[in-house]
Design a binder for this molecule. Structure first.
Ligand SMILES: Nc1nc2c(ncn2[C@@H]2O[C@H](COP(=O)(O)OP(=O)(O)OP(=O)(O)O)[C@@H](O)[C@H]2O)c(=O)[nH]1
Length: 495
């Protein structure tokens, strides 16, 4: 009879509740901490941006909007009304402390919130938060979303910050707002969206040269000057996009974009800036030009990155056996081809085949046979990957290859493997199963100018005849390289 056990159950439930409460508390704490961090980040960026105002009244780079919008897109859990409120409060506080006049400050900062909201909502639906990889499609949508956000925010900001004035003043103000938001947005958003915490990258000569060429072309642009000089760095930025990781390329492009706009402000590029409609429109035009220029290398680097990832996936798929997750025969040769082979190098090969595998298929079904192959693949990957290159050579035939191994060491490893397999219970859906394997070994040295394919083919031919011997002598046996008089051959015994 089943006896009720109230206490342990209650205790379990209490533990589970406490755990859930703890998790809920942690989640809440993280949210509050995130909101406070966002408040201070916004305040700091507003402070920095508002000190980049000279020589015009409008900031040279109002970076805060793109940064906050980028955070909302990149980390969708932060996209919450409370965080909008925190950002707005930080903007109001900064303007109140350093510019005065709370009422106009609220209206002007509404433009910033409009930009953040439009970018966050426009890009959020397309961004897959579970992957860091950007797609060309996502980059394409960056342009219209950023433009819409800049147009809406800029129109509102331009009107409320002009404080009345003539229609021309209003239109010029709007043009300045829109162009600034658009160019700053397109410089900063790629940076935030492509940022990866860990990325393996080896600097090669071409990557270093590409980066070093950037300041040279930028200097050329500064020396020659004129409106066309904006695009001088473009070829080298495209080069960076081809050879650098997406984030590094975006960073270089961002720095060039910033430099160009600063040079415009310093009269190094373009005409002398005075506060007339023509000069303002020149600045607007240069900014829009910079925006278009910075997006181009970003599109190239994201597209190249997507192509590289696709190539890597195809390569893995082509070189890996789907069932066992081991190298296919072609994959083995491909892998070995990457390793230098010097004359005289010793290479050992274990070639083995499952005994009576056809009977497993016949008695338990093809799926059971697949399951055995898959489990065997798992054992080989787990226990032998360190010492050997492992390949599913054919149907139920496997090859293990090791460099710098003696005939005796190879024999010991092969015997250990044979016993390991024989003692293992392979699990099928409704039962477990024991199998045995027969092995043939060969150890050889590479000849002068011999390639991996030739060497392995030579070793396989010998090992295959020894595998056949193991089968002929009753299976569950290892036949080593006995031509070398290995003492192990005479010791071989079935389990
Ligand atoms: N389930 C399954 N069976 C496979 C696969 N590849 C090959 N086989 C089967 O493996 C069996 C190999 O049979 P045989 O060559 O006669 O060898 P065996 O039955 O193991 O006998 P011995 O090697 O002489 O011990 C064939 O029936 C193939 O159909 C696979 O991927 N999955």
């Amino acid at each position: 009879m089943l006896i009720a056990r109230p206490y342990p159950l209650k205790k379990d439930m209490r533990c589970a509740l406490t755990h859930m409460e703890k998790m809920a508390f942690l989640k809440k704490f993280r949210c509050i901490a995130g909101t406070i961090a966002l408040f201070f980040l916004t305040f700091f960026l507003c402070y920095v941006s508002s000190h980049l105002r000279l020589p015009l009244v409008l900031s040279m780079f109002w970076i805060v909007n793109a940064v906050v919008a980028g955070i909302f897109v990149r980390y969708p859990s932060t996209h919450r009304p409370i965080n909008y409120l925190a950002c707005a409060l930080a903007m109001f506080l900064n303007d109140y402390l350093f510019s005065g006049g709370l009422s106009s400050v609220i209206l002007i900062n509404l433009a910033n919130i409009i930009f953040i909201a439009v970018v966050a909502l426009g890009l959020r639906s397309l961004w897959r938060s579970h992957t860091d990889q950007l797609t060309p499609k996502q980059v394409l949508i960056l342009f219209p979303v950023c433009l819409t956000a800049s147009l809406l925010a800029g129109t509102w900001g331009g009107i409320v910050s002009a404080g009345g004035g003539s229609l021309t003043d209003n239109l010029l103000n709007i043009a300045l707002w829109v162009s600034e938001q658009f160019s700053t947005g397109l410089m900063i958003l790629p940076l935030i969206l492509s940022f990866k915490r860990s990325q393996k990258f080896i600097w090669q000569r071409t990557s270093v040269l590409a980066v070093l060429s950037v300041p040279i072309l930028s200097l050329g642009a500064a020396l020659i000057s004129g409106p066309g000089s904006i695009v001088f760095p473009l070829p080298v930025l495209i080069w960076c996009a081809l050879v650098l990781p997406v984030f590094v390329s975006a960073l270089v492009t961002f720095l060039v974009g910033i430099l160009e706009i600063m040079m415009v402000y310093e009269n190094l590029i373009g005409e002398h800036l005075v506060d007339s409609p023509l000069e303002i429109m020149t600045l607007v035009s240069i900014r829009l030009g910079v925006a278009a220029m910075v997006l181009t290398p970003f599109m190239v680097s994201v597209t190249i990155d997507a192509v590289k990832t696709l190539n890597r996936r195809l390569e893995i798929r082509a070189n890996t056996d789907f069932l066992t997750q081991l190298l296919s025969r072609a994959g083995l040769f491909e892998k070995l081809g990457e390793i230098p082979l010097s004359a005289g190098q010793t290479v050992g090969l274990i070639l083995f085949d499952i005994d009576f595998f056809k009977a497993i298929n016949d008695n338990f079904g093809h799926q059971a046979g697949d399951s055995v192959l898959s489990e065997l693949g798992y054992i080989l990957r787990r226990d032998y990957k360190e010492q050997f290159y492992i390949s599913r050579f054919g149907g139920e035939e496997f090859a293990l290859i090791a460099r710098d191994i003696s005939a005796e060491q190879l024999y010991q490893q092969a015997e250990a493997l044979r016993l390991r397999v024989a003692r293992h219970d392979f699990s099928l859906t409704d039962r477990s199963l024991s199998i045995t394997i027969s092995l043939g070994l060969e150890v050889g040295s590479a000849n002068n100018n011999e390639e991996w394919t030739q060497l392995i083919t030579r070793l396989v031919s010998k090992a295959d005849s020894r595998l056949y011997l193991s089968k002929a002598e009753g299976r569950n046996l290892t036949t080593p390289d006995w031509s070398e008089g290995s003492p192990a051959f005479s010791d071989r015994t079935p389990t």
